[in-house]
Ligand binder design. Structure first.
Ligand SMILES: *[C@@H]1O[C@H](CO)[C@@H](O)[C@H](O)[C@H]1NC(C)=O
Ligand SMILES: *[C@@H]1O[C@H](CO)[C@@H](O)[C@H](O)[C@H]1NC(C)=O
Length: 436
């Protein structure tokens, strides 16, 4: 059996090194591993790594970290697609509606088939269909990847769905892509016009040596346009085709690491720590798209003081998205945050906007003292952000949606270091601080 987690070898307990004065995206060239101890093997717990960082198993060509300005441009593409999708815009590809150029930042390594073949895949809470490249995958139609390309003919547990199977008939208009030699064909279309197509299939998914998902349903992709060297993508959305919906647990959590030089984690099922350590808020419904997980932000505090923003400003809700970098707030809330933050940061000289961020300070020269910033969600769930979730390269690391009526986005910069628990069965989202 091919080892499924080479990354566990990187385990080390090192001291936190969150440098808020420089980019929280910037990382040292070496992987510092995990900042927390790894739980007992009875839990489904996988290391999760920044795609571009030294902890990533991907080749070094993948490790160039895009500029903040590029990330923000890609953020806009992604979040515009999410919002158009939520609005029921039929011109947006209904399966995912997000741009592959967008910042899918994190990967996990799993095993697929029997014997298990190691596959490093992107991790996405904003989509449902999982897929990996499968042989035959001609170079003109597939992308190069680091792992061996999955070969269905060599897996003892692989099976393609037939066109008449209930699973194939239930794929839905957006994903169903006809029949080829009586095998069920799927398509996943992305917001930038690219797609993945192939045979809808099932096989054994190995998450940890002790935890496998038999009959995991995924797309065996024989053609796609994908610029990353990952083997494919794991969809963790709330829709019927996602990994989460396919498993009995109906719950998962992840912790996005503070820098690309650290590993975070992904767990399937209920977290291993006591539920009392999470602040919990109900999931909030936006539109009728099952894929996205949303919450209701109700207020923001800066240095312990609540911003004077009417709750109605937040009433469109916010999508939790691991693939968007910066949190996007309703315009009125963003302006209030900006004003309060400037006041608390008045001891630092203001500098010109940079990288698309408009509230920047000269914080060079030693220890920067940041005011505390907390997001307050429905039922009083108060999430006090980590330093790495407040500024990036000296600039306030938030953006505006541009109005007070569009849904906001809770992005991955603000989620870093929290264990974010999605209790899909119980329709709640929990946050546990300092988890990785
Ligand atoms: C899928 O992508 C390929 C390559 O870019 C393109 O030729 C094809 O038209 C796309 N198919 C659909 C249905 O979008
Ligand atoms: C920031 O302040 C330092 C001195 O503390 C100065 O040398 C540097 O030029 C300043 N940078 C900017 C961009 O103003």
């Amino acid at each position: 059996m091919i080892p499924v987690w080479p990354l566990l070898l990187l385990l080390s307990i090192s001291s936190p090194i969150v440098d808020a004065t420089t980019s929280s995206l910037k990382s040292k060239a070496v992987c510092s591993g995990h900042r927390v101890s790894i739980p007992l093997s009875s839990h489904i717990w996988l290391p999760l790594n920044h795609r571009h960082g030294p902890c990533s198993p991907l080749p070094s060509s993948e490790k160039k970290i895009p500029s903040t300005a590029d990330l923000l441009r890609l953020d806009r593409l992604r979040t515009d697609s999410i919002r158009r999708h939520l609005n029921g815009d039929v011109t947006v590809p209904t399966t995912l509606g997000t741009s592959l150029g967008a910042a899918y930042q994190y990967t996990v390594t799993v095993g697929l088939g029997t014997p298990a073949v190691t596959q490093t895949v992107l991790f996405d809470t904003g989509s449902d269909v999982s897929w990996v490249q499968c042989r035959p995958c001609p170079v003109q139609r597939c992308h190069r990847q680091r792992d061996a390309v999955f070969d269905p003919a060599r897996s003892a547990t692989y099976s393609a769905f037939s066109c008449s199977s209930a699973t194939c008939l239930r794929l839905g208009r957006a994903v169903a892509n006809g029949c080829s030699g009586s095998q069920c064909q799927y398509i996943v279309k992305y917001g930038d016009g690219s797609n993945s197509t192939g045979t809808y299939s099932s096989d054994k998914l190995t998450l940890t040596p002790a935890h496998t998902v038999d009959g995991f349903r995924f797309g065996c992709s024989h053609a796609n346009q994908f610029s990353y060297r990952t083997a494919g993508l794991i969809g963790l959305g709330g829709g019927a085709l996602s990994l989460v919906t396919q498993t009995a647990e109906k719950a998962f959590s992840y912790c996005l690491p503070p820098t690309a030089s650290h590993s975070g984690f992904f767990t399937l099922g209920v977290p291993h720590v006591s539920s009392s350590r999470f602040v919990v808020t109900p999931m909030h419904k936006i539109g009728n798209i099952a894929t996205y997980y949303s919450v209701l932000l109700q207020g923001i505090t800066v240095a312990g003081k609540q911003l004077d923003v009417p709750p109605s400003v937040f009433s469109a809700g916010s999508v939790m998205d691991s693939g968007t970098v910066l949190t996007q707030l309703p315009q009125t809330a963003y302006r209030a945050l900006q004003a309060a933050f400037k006041k608390e940061m008045r001891m630092y000289p203001r500098v010109a906007p940079k990288n698309g961020l408009d509230t920047c300070f000269n914080v060079s020269g030693g220890d920067v003292k940041l005011p505390s910033v907390a997001l307050v969600f429905d039922r009083g769930a108060t999430v006090e952000l980590d330093k790495s979730g407040i500024i990036s390269k000296g600039c306030l690391a938030f953006a505006s949606t541009g109005d007070d009526t569009s849904p906001g986005i809770i992005g991955n910069v603000q989620q870093r270091t929290f264990e974010v628990f999605y209790d899909v069965g119980g329709q709640a989202v929990g946050f546990r601080r300092a988890a990785c």
